[in-house]
Design a protein around this ligand. Structure first.
Ligand SMILES: [Zn+2]
Length: 311
């Protein structure tokens, strides 16, 4: 008989006579086989107990959140036995599965305003590592909803229409400059080949204090799910970029990101020296550089979570 997580944890504390009945990492090998579940599991939805502290056979109700933002409750066993195997992500979320169904009978029987919103159970999307929601405009239900639905109040507003975001939230900003260099584009596409993360989902992060005119910064590459920004720094055609007073600006930008719960990896090219502890000195965009960035991401967020996003 499955229990809620508080009851389950308390019972294990009693039986093991320890405050922490299972150490962090105890079941990591077992969970590594289920990257989709690693991505759906968020400690902040589960009393800050990490997935690696939960035996995969535990009879406990856990709260999960799919990539589209649906929040649902299921035991580890239910999750591991979802139909459809490991590849199609929608088969791991009951709400996505329902939305993917070819016919939605409820829709045709009830007027639009009497339907439950398909995402009614949604508590709000969040990123994998923090409590901060990433932008998920695609979580709005697709085509089967009649057009009138768009004007209904129960339709969640797309986040890009909001004037402000909570600090640490990544979003798409119309103010952000377009990607500057070919090398930056190359870096983005090579990372996209390795990581199952939409690198175009956001181009800005809300910060707590103004950076120039706005409380937002525009990193070159925004890894929403990992809350890591990647900057590709070169001295530019005239040798003036990222040097002198511009270095202070870079440092300030990094500080603001860290204050908002993000981490920064700067790829420093040419003669530029590292600014932060995770920065990498490189001669250009190469395969080894991509591996070094992945290694940095593992240092920052842990290999369990980063490997769960590998393609
Ligand atoms: Zn879902």
């Amino acid at each position: 008989m499955a229990e809620n997580i508080e009851a389950w944890w308390a019972r294990r504390q009693r039986s093991k006579e320890r405050d922490v009945p299972y150490e962090i990492g105890a079941y990591r090998t077992e969970w590594e086989r289920y990257p989709v579940l690693v991505r759906q599991y968020h400690p902040d939805l589960n009393r800050n107990i990490t997935l690696t502290q939960i035996p995969p056979a535990a009879e406990v109700y856990l709260t999960w959140q799919c990539d589209a933002g649906h929040v649902f409750v299921a035991t580890p066993d239910e999750q591991r036995h979802r139909p459809g195997g490991v590849r199609r992500r929608s088969s791991w979320c009951p709400d996505c599965l329902a939305l993917a169904a070819p016919k939605r009978i409820v829709n045709r029987q009830l007027p639009v305003d009497q339907q439950a919103a398909p995402d009614a159970r949604r508590v709000g999307p969040r990123s994998a590592v923090g409590g901060v929601p990433p932008p998920r405009p695609t979580s709005t239900p697709p085509t089967s909803t009649p057009p009138t639905h768009t004007s209904r109040t129960h339709s969640p507003p797309t986040r890009t229409t909001l004037a402000a975001h909570p600090a640490g939230e990544a979003f798409h900003s119309g103010r952000a400059p377009r990607p500057a260099s070919a090398a930056e584009g190359d870096l983005r596409s090579r990372l996209a080949e390795r990581l199952d993360i939409d690198l175009r989902a956001a181009n800005a992060v809300q910060v707590r204090r103004p950076f120039f005119a706005h409380r937002e910064v525009w990193p070159d590459i925004v890894l929403v799910e990992l809350k890591v920004a990647i900057e590709y720094d070169t001295i530019g055609k005239f040798g003036l970029e990222h040097v002198g007073t511009r270095e202070a600006t870079d440092r300030r930008k990094d500080r603001l990101l860290r204050e908002a719960g993000w981490e920064v990896i700067r790829v420093r090219c040419g003669k530029l020296r590292p600014l932060g502890g995770f920065d990498l000195v490189a001669g250009g965009v190469t395969a080894p550089l991509i591996e070094r960035i992945l290694e940095r991401l593992r240092e920052i967020r842990g290999d369990l979570i980063v490997n769960a996003y590998l393609r």
